[in-house]
Design a protein around this ligand. Sequence first.
Ligand code: NAD
Length: 258
Amino acid sequence: MGIIEKMRLDGKKGFVTGGARGIGKSVALALCEAGADIAIVDMDIDEAQKTAEWMAKETGQDVFAVQTDVTSPDDVNQMVDQVLARFGRLDIAFCNAGICINVPAVDMTFEQWKKVIDVNLTGVFLTAQAAGRIMIKQGSGSIINTASMSAHIVNVPQPQCAYNASKAGVIQLTKSMAVEWATTGVRVNSISPGYIGTELILAAPHLTALIDEWNKIGPMHRLGKPEELQALVVYLAGDMASFTTGSDFVADGAFTAF
Ligand code: NAD
């Protein structure tokens, strides 16, 4: 069997949070193209359903949508129950849903701080914990959490202290789970993308106004594309990565390299 065949995910079952659009949608497509069946988990059920129908048609895999707010333990537990009812097992969890609020630290309200931490850090904790509980029983599984280059540097010029803190938290959460579960067959890793051209940026005028400025700083002088994260997550999801756990993978066009 060649290396590409060994990297395939045939027979594996997974979920992707924030899967309706952006990075989640692109990675979910890649997981399906590699042979996995995937639940598209998102708060926006209309978009999630559209994505799931399109992806099922495109790839021939079993893809369905589940409405979930990742900040709600009840929602997350119900989501996992639905995934198990449909698929019978869980091999891959891409805990990826996230939001950003750009407010200076001195002006940030408690609600704004809490919202970002709830979605980006607590949401990843709840979904990874729920996935881990199933995977530990199975004796196998791969969890991939979305952190950010903002876990490693402080972005400029836009202020985003809660986002940066939440993403740094995702990396330590990932490492903690990886160490606790190292002998169970369950691996936990994170990815740290640089600026990626998704609606998180492209639908926010205060951020699109900064793209030229970021591109001046970034050594590749461009945004990344969601497709440029696909192979990394497919690799981490599969059995070829069996010795890789507790690591963070930066994919940022060298933005944080200097
Ligand atoms: P996006 O805004 O395009 O997509 C995010 C998706 O998450 C949306 O479909 C949204 O409905 C969903 N979502 C938001 N809150 C949710 C909740 N509470 N429960 C369930 N679903 C929820 O964003 P994206 O750019 O695709 O970002 C995906 C992840 O990548 C996020 O964690 C983000 O922080 C991270 N990231 C993005 C970039 C970037 O430049 N775009 C860079 C580094 C990291």
